[in-house]
Design a protein around this ligand. Structure first.
Ligand code: ADP
Ligand code: TRP
Length: 325
């Protein structure tokens, strides 16, 4: 099966990205033909600063490679190295009803936050559909909050094939990453860079420790029993500890006599155990930017070949004639 997913270079990678999206994506490499990319055109809807765009793009590249993306197996690229997606996005936008985009939660949430929307923000899901449909992906592993965008892609795919009486575009299915659909941040809300509640994957050890130790917990006194299922610290611990250890902590919570400081300290250790290797590889890749660039250029070339072929078929069925290359 063909699998595609992308992450916007709009901020530093965090545990929510890892458990909600990146870890399952990386696990899929062994069984499927994967295409993973850095969605920098999408990030332009929110990042309007040259330095941040360049740094974040590098951050997502290093992050994926450090977390185990294998460029020999997976096609790994920057969205801008496959500019065909923008042409397909335009074509798709001509069969996409406005009302479909007006219903999108992520767009409505941004408006509710008071952001004045650009046209790009509104048509964001059409570009996302183009990313997916241009490689004829069957599966799209993402976090829960992206599910609706994949459903929009399905609608656009159906509409295109119906309109042009063809079967050029392939229907993709969403695959929701983690059993814990939404990873909580240090304040208990969804972990997200826009809430400033993240625990980053590649920050200095001291910073990660500080963030974990400052996680919000309730004020139940140490001696009283506590409910593990109501606790953010436990929610993160569950993602990193063994089944046996999870059982142990559940009992400790319920028995009373356990302070939150104790479980937070253990979470710091688990964080370092879980990400230790990746953090080391990240530091190594940082020293070899030319190697990272080589990987992205090669990935871009491979993705572009596939994209160009789909676009040829799309131009053919739509009658969008152009000079032969
Ligand atoms: P952010 O919310 O920090 O802006 P993104 O929207 O860039 O993160 O998310 C990139 C990927 O990581 C998406 O597939 C998204 O669903 C997933 N993801 C982000 N935060 C979480 C979270 N707290 N829980 C689960 N998945 C998440
Ligand atoms: N919208 C996704 C996010 O914010 C990023 C993205 C862009 C994407 N294009 C995609 C994800 C295609 C999956 C498939 O996380």
């Amino acid at each position: 099966m063909r699998v595609l997913s992308g992450i916007q270079p709009s901020g530093a990678l965090h545990l929510g990205n890892y458990f909600g999206a990146m870890r399952p994506q990386i696990e899929m490499q062994a069984r499927h033909e994967c295409f993973y990319f850095i969605a920098n055109y999408h990030a332009l809807t929110s990042v309007h600063d040259h330095k941040r765009m360049v740094e974040n793009t590098r951050g997502v590249a290093l992050g994926y490679l450090a977390l185990g993306l294998d460029p020999a197996k997976t096609v790994f690229y920057r969205q801008t190295d496959v500019p065909e997606v923008c042409e397909l996005a335009w074509i798709l936008s001509c069969v996409t009803p406005m009302a479909l985009l007006q219903r999108c939660h992520s767009y409505k949430d941004k408006i509710a936050q008071g952001i004045t929307p650009s046209t790009g923000l509104f048509t964001y899901p059409v570009l996302q559909a183009a990313d997916i449909l241009i490689v004829k992906s069957h599966l799209v592993p993402v976090g829960q909050d992206q599910k609706q965008h994949i459903e929009v892609t399905q609608d656009i795919q159906t509409k295109f094939n119906q309109t042009f009486k063809c079967d050029v575009l392939v229907r993709p299915e969403p695959m929701i990453g983690s059993d814990v659909a939404v990873i909580p941040g240090i304040d208990g809300r969804k972990m997200s860079k826009s809430y400033d509640n993240t625990i980053e994957l590649f920050c200095p050890e001291k910073t990660a420790k500080k963030r974990i130790m400052s996680m919000k917990t309730d004020s139940t006194p140490v001696e009283e029993p506590k409910d593990p299922n109501q606790c953010n610290v436990f929610a993160l611990l569950k993602l990193m500890a063994s089944a046996e250890e999870i059982k142990h902590w559940k009992e400790r919570y319920r028995k009373g006599g356990m302070g939150y400081g104790e479980v937070k300290k253990r979470l710091v250790e688990l964080y370092l155990e879980t990400l230790g290797e990746a953090r080391k590889r990240h530091a190594d890749f940082e020293k070899h930017p030319e190697e990272v660039e080589r990987i992205l250029v090669e990935g871009g070339r491979r993705a572009r070949e596939v994209a160009a072929e789909t676009l040829r078929e799309v131009r053919k069925v739509t009658g969008l004639v152009r000079a032969k290359a």
